[in-house]
Design a protein around this ligand. Structure first.
Ligand SMILES: CC(C)(COP(=O)(O)OP(=O)(O)OC[C@H]1O[C@@H](n2cnc3c(N)ncnc32)[C@H](O)[C@@H]1OP(=O)(O)O)[C@@H](O)C(=O)NCCC(=O)NCCS
Length: 86
């Protein structure tokens, strides 16, 4: 019904995959998953990458005391390969 994965580097936890099945959202499961991860032995700091459009995730992390520390720009382009050029 929910999953959180992360990596512990020294005493800092980086949260990677984090989701709760739609049928079970808004029941405190996401909060509990993050709380359990923060309670793991040796964790003294934690960070997660959150899309600025992700209202639910931003609200959850901010409710747990996380603060935004930087914003990353996503660069992209399309390649016109019809003429064979890269
Ligand atoms: C983000 C996600 C994991 C939250 O899981 P959840 O179990 O629904 O969260 P909780 O019920 O524990 O909510 C805890 C708090 O987060 C905030 N929150 C959660 N969902 C919210 C929503 N849709 N809108 C606004 N705030 C929300 C609220 O402050 C909430 O507390 P409250 O219910 O007392 O108001 C879930 O929405 C999800 O799986 N989203 C899709 C995947 C995703 O975006 N993952 C995060 C990538 S960083």
């Amino acid at each position: 019904m929910g999953l959180l994965t992360g990596d512990l580097d020294g005493d800092e936890l980086t949260i990677y995959d984090f989701f709760v099945d739609g049928a079970y959202q808004r029941r405190g499961i996401g909060r509990a998953l993050v709380g359990a991860a923060l309670g793991e032995p040796g964790v003294r700091a934690a960070a997660a990458e959150v899309n600025v459009d992700n209202v639910a995730s931003r609200a959850l992390f901010e409710a747990l005391g996380f603060e935004p520390v930087r914003t990353v720009s996503w660069y992209a382009r399309r390649l016109d390969r019809e003429d064979g050029a890269p």
